[in-house]
Design a protein around this ligand. Sequence first.
Ligand code: FE2
Ligand code: FE2
Length: 293
Amino acid sequence: MPRQHITQKKIAEHVQRLGELYPPISLDSVDRTIKRPRLVAKKFGHVIDYLARVELEVDRNVLELLVLLPDVDDTNKTFYADVWQPQEIRHGLILDRLQQDLGRAAATLHLDVSFPIKILGALASLKPIQDIAKLLYFLTGASTERQAVLAYNKINRGMQELDERAISETIITPIKQQEPGHFAFYQMSATAMIQDKVLRPWQLFLTRVLRERSYHLVGTNQMDQYKADMGGVMIDLGLDDDLEGYAREVGRVENRLLWAHKQGMEFPPYILKALKESVDLYRERLERGLKFA
Ligand SMILES: [Fe+2]
Ligand SMILES: [Fe+2]
């Protein structure tokens, strides 16, 4: 938990460092050896499909950012244009090629900006609303990047257990190294807004209401089909064993920043609700015998 004051200078330096330390991963750096493709596809094919799609949907995330924050400042612009988007799109391309090497279909993307985001974007021309949208945007970033870190940690362990060293060492490990820096950017940005008291009490209240109503897990795009897919990812990665622990990890930043007054609360309840909903939707689909390919 960062206790020191997060200045805009610190955030700008972090972004610059990320750009210098982590150039986008080159597709040629990947060793495409797969020892047992059928086994890898059986165990992790679905997870790789999901991650590839989410990474490639970064272009929609950039559109959403531009809708929500038309007056985006230089640090944010440098982050999304020079660091984040170029890194994520390579993650997507590399994972998409991996899934095709495993004999699976290329990712189909969902690139439409959702209606609620458009509404919020229209209202965000008003400065007080823009600040709310900004905090929501940073909290979403922190939560989704944390989910990415946890997923890549799990899948990497799985690949090592299968002795798929090329996948682990030249795909998952390099991708995994880039995610914590994204998480740190969003966490620092959200923390700075709270520390600097950018939002007045009524704005914070509205942020909590909107967050509670709009929270969704990474890549679910508020659609049942993707929510069920995400449930499958959690089950395949063994994250369903301890949903509360997972909610605690994923919700730590917003629990501290938005809900500090709720003493003793370990995570916002809407996060656990979203996790349970995803797992339930996946199980229902399994029961209906419609397990995706
Ligand atoms: Fe990524
Ligand atoms: Fe990321």
